[in-house]
Design a protein around this ligand. Sequence first.
Ligand code: ARG
Length: 459
Amino acid sequence: MTLWGGAFKLPPDESLRRLNDSIGYDRRMYAQDIAGSIAYAGALVRAGVISYEEADAIVRGLEQVLEEFKADMFVYKEGDEDIHTAVERRLTELIGEPAGKLHTGRSRNDQVATDFRLWVMNALDRLDAQLAALQTALIDRADEHAETLMPGYTHFQPAQPIVAGHWLLSYVWMLARDRARLADARARTAVSPLGSGPLAGHPFGIDRATLSQELGFASCSQNSLDAVSDRDFAAEALFACALLGIHLSRLGEDIILYSNPALSFITLDDRYSTGSSIMPQKRNADPMEIARGKAGRLIGNLTGLLTMLKGLPSTYNKDLQDDKQPTFEAFDTLDLLLPVITAIVATLQFNTGKMQAALGDDLLATDLAEYLVRKGMPFRQAHHVVGTVVREAADTGVKLSALPLERLRELSPLFGADVAAVFSFERSVASRDAIGGTAPDAVRRQIETARAWIANHKG
Ligand code: ARG
């Protein structure tokens, strides 16, 4: 028996059922569906649509259904097309007639939109907490390595010395923007569609504002046609997840590169790296490769949803049923990834000797040009002079710092004996002390700012 079979002579064919049913995945929203129905029963009483006794029976029955789901004892039956029909069918078995009054003025269209928003709000909160934990792990490690020198790269070519803490903190700010996006998406998700009916609105004068508050929404929707078909909130959440995935893929790539034996800057803890079944020496950064790969699926979840939404005519269309799987998958993926990434960061071994050893004099070429600038030479000219110095050092096979002063003075009389002081990686990083720079002092201030951001952020 379906809940909508009255006008049909024949039941749905088995093949249609398999195609049409969403119970296989939307059962995950049982808690939201039941919470929505309990609140809705209250709204119906207040509107005088059902009696207090009927509402009481409905609420008790729903609480029992909830217990069945929680205990994994809920028995699905044929015709349980989706979570909404399954809950209502079971409620009817438990309490009989009053169950038939619960759906008064309500449609699965406003019901599913409500359930899904509640689910996404919850998932956003969970994700936000996981990102806060990752940020904290990154900051804690940055604090330990506010003075640890390493090469900084552009185009993955050695560029300038930086401190390792500065590298770690760069991800803290990406995650801060991700969290701000999640908060933004959450604010637009927290708008209740319940009481919109199938499309045209509620005919029994329920108090939608109170109903939405009871369910934890910030407000209720202002247009019923929009309310039943709006999935912007899911698209925004999936965009935030996709961009987060991109950030995690970049962190993954850095960790993969820096842990490669060619660099050996870092070593992953045994618990979070994997070996090869044939090459005993291998220590692979598998979880970070998975992070890199999952970004593709997260982007796919977003583009799948957007493409499904494109061109839908007004109000609810069954296409919308395909909003859930990509959304569930995105949050599930991040739920699996984030605890591992956070643990990797927290347990990462920093091979500071290897980092230091990878610093070549060439990384100070910019500092050498800046030396000439401090003596009054325009930067463009200084860049050219130092270019000549770099080429000559390479041609003669000596380090930049080993070129004799006399030779430097031939290239520019501005070079003096004090040029020797330029060839210090510590001095180089310390000089970049403006806000956002890699100087240990600036990095410590950055850590303070980042910790304050986390303390003040309202998810
Ligand atoms: N399972 C449906 C979904 O996920 C519920 C809404 C069905 N509404 C309808 N008019 N058939 O979208």
